[in-house]
Write a protein that binds this ligand. Structure first.
Ligand code: GLU
Length: 459
């Protein structure tokens, strides 16, 4: 069997968002383990694309872990391939598959209006298709502006099996002779896109369903040029929670935003692998294992909805996969080296993001005062002054902080209130890592200061 060649072909007119990251991921998973995964930068639309976005998209792909699988020797930038598109446009014209169209934008708009008024689809009438060749040549020689149209065969049908949506049949008469190059000579997006897929040996194109209308046109073009036609699979949109499309323009759920929030690439990849697809793997897995469990045939046809709770679920699992040593290396300097492993173990069960280790380090080891939330203040009021007197006396008697709960219990303060008050006084909140773990880690002089600050807060 021929190895699968897939590609990701972003137009760098914005940052990578979850929708196109999923397209890239599915394309990569479809190619692994034996195929090739290509990256092509579709940067011909100079008004919309920028090198900043190209760099950002590539950095995001690398961060997600896809960079290692991209064939780095075969990254194409469409902006550098104009001559190739020119050559194929010329070939179509020589083969009489295309013709110059001199219709002005105003004429075309009038035609569309007339078609609309008669309840017909806005197809080109084919007026310039019948210009005698000599006349067309003369007009071109005089420098009259002309777009180039593909001569669509009449009365035929284009069939293809969409790997996601199933068999597709499009009558060519529904297409009309479409423009393949603007009057400026610039090829249309879908022309360059199809030529590059064929020339780079792509065998399977997975892309957003917004490109589905391009596919029959691309198949006609490739057939006319006797170039290989890949298989296509069009992925349903990824919608936001509200049902509105996620889009680069909305800036919604950009990969960079998620990274800045602290999401790990492993979490994003595992979430996306299951977003709108069923895979034979319930566990968190790396790209190679996800690829073994992935099948293009199990991509759903319904739009997928972004669900932050699901993403958080994978984030917690991804963080759980991160070793104690790795997390210990992220900690600020004021966490003593000898306590780092114990600190990581104490904070881990409650943490979703890596930054929470730093936040807890500031609470446990930070010399500054902490802010008491309203629930924490209530917990302090509930135990009253004697609680703090007993605790402070015990510390003055060199009782280790880990024995404070026993001391307080012995003095008749017990139950939930004890731990709530201790937690509130020492951390400012009622939630967080186990108090018993924190009492071992927190320096006694910080504990003393926090208890004294709490007495102050009672007044
Ligand atoms: N450059 C197109 C886009 O970013 C991709 C088209 C394709 O994948 O065929 O939407």
């Amino acid at each position: 069997m021929k190895p699968i060649v897939t590609r990701f072909a972003p137009s760098p007119s914005g940052f990578l968002h979850l929708g196109n990251a999923r397209t890239a991921l599915f394309s990569l998973l479809a190619a692994l383990p034996d195929g090739r995964f290509l990256l092509r930068i579709e940067d011909t639309d100079r008004a919309r694309v920028s090198a900043v976005f190209t760099d950002a998209v590539r950095a995001d792909l690398d961060w997600l872990g896809f960079g290692a699988y991209i064939d780095q020797q075969a990254i194409w930038h469409q902006s550098a391939r104009e001559a190739v598109y020119r050559e194929h446009l010329d070939r179509l014209s020589r083969l009489a598959f295309s013709y110059p169209c001199f219709c002005s934008p105003a004429e075309l708009a009038r035609e569309r209006e007339q078609a609309h008024a008669r309840g017909l689809p806005p197809r080109y009438s084919g007026r310039c298709a019948h210009l005698p060749e000599t006349q067309a040549k003369d007009r071109l020689a005089r420098g009259e502006p002309a777009a180039w149209r593909f001569r669509v065969p009449r009365g035929e049908t284009v069939h293809f099996i969409d790997r996601v949506r199933g068999p597709q049949t499009v009558p060519t008469d529904a297409l009309g002779d479409f423009v393949i190059a603007r009057a400026s000579g610039e090829p249309m997006f879908f022309f360059a896109n199809a030529i590059d897929d064929a020339l780079s040996g792509v065998t399977l194109v997975l892309r957003g369903e917004d490109h589905l209308p391009n596919t029959p046109r691309q198949i006609l073009l490739l057939n006319a040029l006797k170039l290989p036609v890949p298989e296509y699979g069009h992925l349903p949109l990824v919608l936001g929670a509200s049902g509105a499309p996620l889009s680069k323009r909305e800036g919604a759920a950009g990969i960079g935003d998620l990274r800045d929030e602290g999401f790990l690439p492993l979490a994003i990849v595992n979430y996306l692998a299951r977003l709108g697809a069923t895979i034979a793997c319930e566990h968190i897995a790396d790209l190679t294992a996800l690829a073994r469990a992935f099948s293009v045939d199990h991509i759903g046809r319904a739009p997928a909805h972004f669900d932050r709770q699901q993403l958080l679920h994978w984030q917690r699992l991804a963080l759980a996969q991160t070793s104690d040593e790795t997390i210990a290396a992220w900690l600020p300097a004021d966490v003593p080296v000898g306590q780092r492993a114990a600190f990581v173990r104490a904070v881990r069960p409650n943490a979703t993001f890596a930054r929470e280790f730093g936040e807890w380090a500031a609470v446990v080891y930070g010399a500054g005062p902490i802010t008491l939330g309203s629930a924490a203040k209530e917990a302090l009021q509930a135990v009253g002054r004697s609680f703090f007197d007993i605790a402070l006396d015990a510390l003055a008697d060199q009782v280790p902080p880990s024995e404070l709960p026993a001391r307080l219990k012995a003095a008749g303060i017990g139950g939930k209130g004890l731990f709530h008050a201790l937690r509130a006084a020492l951390t400012g909140s009622l939630e967080g890592p186990e108090m018993r773990d924190l009492l071992v880690l927190m320096p006694p002089d910080i504990i003393r200061r926090r208890l004294m600050d709490s007495v102050g807060a009672l007044c």
